[in-house]
Design a binder for this molecule. Structure first.
Ligand code: GLA
Length: 405
């Protein structure tokens, strides 16, 4: 009888398909090559920018020595196009031997030697989005291989996969990851590939099985792409806010600050919005040549602190008026962060006035001290019914934090 009970318990435990890695209690931060470097495999003609071990080593060097690591960016992530086109004789994935001559394990060791962590990419289907080998029918061996290499973060895509299979397939992979016993952050595009095919995502299941997930289209190097994502997040607010919290995050995609498409103000706007979204902060840019103003935005400790707030709460768009949006996020200890996002393009800074109560702050407390987190300066004390005026540049933001202490 006792034996039977033990067996039932054991089977029960094995059937619980839950991410139990204890990771990503705050949104993961790091760097990922895809948006900036895409599937450039031409190391012959473009050795500095192709998807090969040199690029990731150099990025790791810069993350470690230029302040990114100290600011919290820790994952160096390889996206698509790193693999050899075939599996090896044991059915395992391996890196393209011209571009990754030392192998992925050696790259993981290198990244670890800098005090950073390595991320890598795969796909649940038959092929990755760019046509490299997929994990279907190889789920267990691929989970095992990641562990053998010492990979710390895995992004699993869902191109070339049956969208009706994802609710079974991803939890299966989660289980294989759990079975390895190694903690690996698990990132997916699971809901995005369901939504694309008209399937409503089950965010409870998704949240139980991965640490972060993309819901919407790939970010591109433009302000239109950034605002498209913001609009999607505003429209789906209630569903997405309920899905996320410590260990499980909606992923609006990479930061494109430091690339070609955003102005200085738009770059601040992406950073501010990703902070109040509690979004993973994965930069996709060239840290070897990045300009000082973009770097300063990415390293802004006050904005990062809002992103990394331990409550992991989502923002809410509290008001939208005259093409200005006010987004407020509740922080730990009844503090708040508010972003005033100016969607106007009429050429001059726009002044927007609002009471703190209308900004969504707790009316049970009667005073807050406000602080501008881009100018790093206190703005003074405001009563809950006092009016605060933000003067916001076109397609830019003003971002404040409010402390009740
Ligand atoms: C999809 C993903 C991107 C990137 C590419 C790689 O489009 O959404 O983030 O990983 O695949 O091919």
């Amino acid at each position: 009888m006792k034996l039977l009970l033990a067996l039932i318990l054991l089977l029960g435990i094995q059937n619980v398909n839950c991410m139990n890695n204890g990771l990503a209690r705050t949104p993961p931060m790091g760097w990922m090559d895809w948006e900036r470097f895409r599937c450039n495999v031409d190391c012959g003609n473009d050795p500095l920018n192709c998807i090969g071990e040199k690029l990731f080593q150099q990025i790791a060097d810069h993350m470690a020595k230029d302040g990114y690591k100290d600011a919290g960016y820790e994952y160096v992530c390889i996206d698509d196009c790193w693999m050899s086109m075939e599996r090896d004789a044991n059915g395992k994935l391996y890196g393209n031997s011209t571009r990754f001559p030392s192998g992925i394990k050696a790259l993981a060791d290198y990244v670890h030697s800098k005090g950073l962590l390595l991320g890598i990419y795969g796909d649940y289907g038959t092929k990755t989005c760019m046509g490299y080998p997929g994990s279907l029918n190889h789920l267990q061996v691929d989970a095992q291989t990641l562990t053998e290499w010492g990979v710390d973060y895995f992004k699993m895509d869902a191109c070339h996969a049956d969208p009706t299979d994802l609710n079974d397939g991803f939890p299966k992979f989660t289980n294989f990851l759990n079975m390895t016993g190694s903690p690996i952050v698990f990132s997916t595009t699971w809901p995005h590939h369901q939504i694309k095919h008209g399937i409503k995502p089950n965010y409870t299941l998704i949240g139980e099985n991965c640490n972060l997930w993309r819901n919407y289209a790939d970010i591109q190097d433009s302000w239109g792409s950034v605002t498209g994502i913001i609009d999607y997040y505003a429209k789906e607010h209630d569903t997405l806010a309920a899905a996320q919290g410590p260990g499980q995050w909606n992923d609006p995609d990479m930061l494109i600050i430091g690339d070609y498409g955003l102005s200085f103000d738009q770059s601040k706007a992406q950073m501010a919005m990703w902070a109040v979204f509690a979004a993973p902060l994965m930069m996709s840019n060239d840290l070897r040549t990045i300009k000082a103003d973009a770097k300063e935005i990415l390293l802004n400790k006050e904005v990062i602190a809002v992103n990394q707030d331990p409550l992991g709460k989502w923002e809410k768009r509290v008001i939208q008026k005259n093409k200005v949006e006010v987004w407020t996020k509740e922080l730990y200890n009844k503090n708040y962060a508010t972003v005033f996002l100016n969607r106007r393009t009429d050429g001059m800074p726009y002044s927007f006035s609002i009471t703190l109560a209308d900004m969504g702050y707790d009316t049970a407390l009667d005073h807050y001290s406000l602080r501008d987190v881009f100018y790093h300066k206190p703005l003074g004390y405001y009563g809950i019914n006092d009016t605060f005026t933000a003067t916001i540049n076109p397609s830019g933001v003003v971002m404040v934090t409010a402390s009740s202490n």
